[in-house]
Design a protein around this ligand. Structure first.
Ligand code: HEC
Length: 471
């Protein structure tokens, strides 16, 4: 199912113009909606529903940071990254095991975990949070060819859910609370996270073990959804099983990672790992850690150039690494760091599928907001023609993103190291690597309060025009 507005082929109509005809009746703006309004009937689901946790604390004490102690308060390196990542995983273990495996006892507010506003209600082709777990579409669809080696038979949709710990939620307080969610306070200081802030994000997939053997034995969550690339979309929401695949844990830590101020880590489910005393949590294996973009390594010119700010775990399951980013910089199966791109090569246009063109920190280092255009001036993936007001260009039925040539100076703009208060483009406000803010909450706030569509509300997390069920 294709969204007609994006099926522009080679005729590149400015999307801002094309999209304005899609404006629909204005919904009532509700920053703290729990869900998109579709509630599962009791014939399909009995159990707790998602409650948005949004009593963001104004001030909390500096936290203990056992992950720093794990590397003797030095800097993170390729050698000690695994110890660091394990310490970070241990620090969230207790709460996250309750969230993932004991939903009846999960009370986010009591445990000090918080969600971002504006993601509840649906807008554009963004479907909003489903009611059971508060999840929304991450990537849709991910092509089965990406995971052919691990036996994936059908395309998949990923569903995601993000929580900020109380240290991180101080930033949500600074940005949203003054205007009760209606007037974001986005400045170069309000967007910054305190040292020790942790943000986690769970990703579940619509493919069960019958379609993707690597999901055998993982945690199952029922979601009340319509968008499902695996079984074919429905127009009416339906309680559908989804499967825990990936779990991100990122931390603000300028001591360990002075170039960017952040360490990004992620876990992937490994059916062959031993379930220990903590069950499936012990089978969530660290895929790797990244604390910079390795700007010195031009991985196109010299694919063997070593990465010094990235560690990938050789013991992680193979499917986890099937979608690493540029030069094998860290990225997980949920994250879309491989894309179909079109670029100029010696006077001809090349179209290539599944090119490594991003990574955790490459993509997140584009997090910025420009109040003149109510958007980020640079796209989240290396893209040409994302020039201030114009959207990125996709050619051939949205298949190929028009990109600078891999490894070119323009491409390298996406692989620099900046601290979280330095924007990618002058004149914008840096958002300290927070993509939810710049790619989701602010665009959704903008369209809810101005009743104008926002380009980003029709894109999935890779920036790919997302065809949605029923649209
Ligand atoms: C191609 C772009 C891209 C890549 C690659 C990517 N992300 Fe993200 N990430 C996003 C976007 C967009 C969002 C916000 C929308 C959402 O929640 O899905 C996000 C949200 C998050 C969040 C929630 C908090 C925040 O900062 O916005 C975390 C945590 C996160 N990503 C971690 C990771 C980790 C860890 C990796 C690598 C293993 C990664 N991401 C790779 C685009 C990306």
């Amino acid at each position: 199912m294709k969204s007609g507005f994006f099926s522009m082929g080679l005729c590149l109509i400015p999307l801002a113009a094309a999209i304005s005809v899609t404006a629909t009746a204005a919904p009532v703006p509700t920053p703290y909606a729990d869900n998109n309004g579709a509630l599962p009937p009791s014939s399909q689901y009995h159990g707790p529903l998602f409650k948005l946790s949004h009593a963001y604390p104004a001030k909390v004490a500096a936290p203990a940071m056992p992950w720093r102690a794990a590397i003797q308060n030095g800097q993170i390196t390729v050698q000690n990254a695994s110890v660091y990542a394990e310490a970070l995983k241990a620090a969230v273990s207790r709460d996250m095991r309750t969230l993932l495996f004991d939903y009846a006892h999960w009370d986010a507010a009591r445990r000090g975990w918080y969600n971002e506003p504006w993601l509840g209600s649906a807008d554009g082709s963004y479907g909003g949070r489903e009611a059971i777990h508060g999840m929304y579409v991450g990537s849709n669809p991910l092509d089965a060819s990406l995971f052919a080696a691990s036996g994936l038979k059908k395309p998949i949709t990923t569903y995601v859910l993000t929580y900020y710990d109380k240290v991180a939620a101080q930033t949500l307080n600074h940005v949203w609370t003054a205007g009760a969610g209606m007037k974001p306070n986005v400045t170069s200081s309000s967007t910054q996270f305190a040292e020790g802030a942790i943000i986690v994000k769970a990703a579940f997939v619509t493919a069960g073990p019958d379609v993707w053997p690597v999901m055998a034995g993982t945690q199952v969550w029922p979601l009340y959804i319509t968008t499902n690339a695996t079984s074919g979309n429905t127009t009416l929401p339906k309680v559908t099983n989804t499967y825990l695949m990936q779990f991100d844990i990122i931390v603000k830590d300028s001591q360990s990672a002075p170039d960017t101020g952040w360490v990004f880590t992620t876990l992937v489910y490994d059916k062959d790992a031993k379930p220990g005393p903590n069950g499936i949590w012990d089978q969530m294996v660290v895929l790797g850690a990244q604390w910079g973009n390795d700007p010195q390594a031009n991985s196109t010119v010299n694919p063997a150039a070593p990465l010094l700010q990235n560690w990938n775990n050789p013991a992680a399951p193979a499917y986890g690494g099937a979608t690493f980013g540029w030069g094998n910089r860290l990225s997980g199966p949920n994250d879309g760091a491989m894309n179909d791109i079109a670029y100029e090569d010696g006077g001809t246009t090349k179209q290539v599928k599944n090119v490594q063109d991003s990574s955790c920190m490459s993509c997140h280092s584009t997090a910025q907001w420009n109040w003149k255009i109510n958007n980020s001036p640079s796209f989240l993936l290396p893209a040409k023609a994302y020039d201030k007001k114009l959207p990125p260009q996709f050619v051939d039925n949205n298949q190929y993103l028009v990109s600078p040539p891999p490894g070119s100076p323009d491409w390298l703009r996406w692989f620099q190291n900046r601290k979280g208060n330095v924007p990618m483009d002058a004149g914008s406000i840096a958002a300290d690597f927070d993509m939810v803010l710049t790619f989701k909450s602010l665009p959704l706030w903008y369209s809810a309060t101005t009743h104008k569509p926002h380009l980003l509300n029709s894109l999935d997390l890779r920036g790919k025009p997302a065809p949605r069920a029923g649209k």
